[in-house]
Design a protein around this ligand. Sequence first.
Ligand code: ADP
Length: 169
Amino acid sequence: VTSIVLWLTKELFQISVPSAKERTFIAVKPDGVQRRLVGQVIHRFERRGFKLVGLKLLQVSKNLLSQHYCQLTKKPFYPDLVEYMTSGPVVAMVWEGPNIVQTCRMMVGHTNPAEAHAGTIRADFSLHVSRNVVHASDSLEGAQREIMLWFDGHDLLKWDCIDQSVTSE
Ligand code: ADP
């Protein structure tokens, strides 16, 4: 009965329920890998309660990068951005959980570390906008596009976290 009442309430009042299956794309950029921050970045998302569903270490090609940053190709910093992002390995990840796109953006912080709030990854680990340690998708559509660009579907795992019923509704 409770679940029917909940369902009816949500339907009647159009309350949007965050999908536990929402996914986002996160990458530890070459400066983060060089500085051995991969574990610390992963720890933050694990600690929050999100679920890792895809992970790989790769050397990014200029082709992949130009697709990933297709909206930035005209920016004056774009050539430097390509050099930075191809300078060493990147750790690419897909994470899953309720409201994850927005939450991860908050956890990652402002693009410019100088403007990022203390406690965010960029504020805690970086100094300059051109070396800001992590990437996180900025919208649901962006996340879907980036996940498809960086991962084959069969590299993403469906699995149950044993604590899911404790950390989510
Ligand atoms: P975000 O990574 O926060 O989504 P953008 O998509 O605007 O931000 O920029 C992509 C990346 O380009 C940034 O994370 C940063 O590494 C780099 N970048 C952005 N703006 C600048 C800038 N003014 N100078 C140098 N690099 C920049």
